[in-house]
Design a binder for this molecule. Structure first.
Ligand SMILES: [Zn+2]
Length: 53
């Protein structure tokens, strides 16, 4: 996944998990390890990408 703020790119696990946006959606907030800003990530989409990579 990629940080939309600073452009840092890395696997999902390098971004610290903060919390889910809503209970029934696969989107969550994660913290960028480089600029420490919050990035909204679709957890399901990222898992698919990492498995196929
Ligand atoms: Zn960043």
């Amino acid at each position: 996944m990629k940080c939309e703020h600073c452009g840092y790119e890395g696997v999902k696990s390098t971004f610290r998990y903060l919390y889910n946006t809503t209970l029934d959606a696969p989107t969550a907030y994660r913290e960028c390890p480089k600029c420490f800003k919050w990035v909204i990530v679709n957890e399901l989409e990222e898992e698919k990408k990492e498995k196929s990579a």
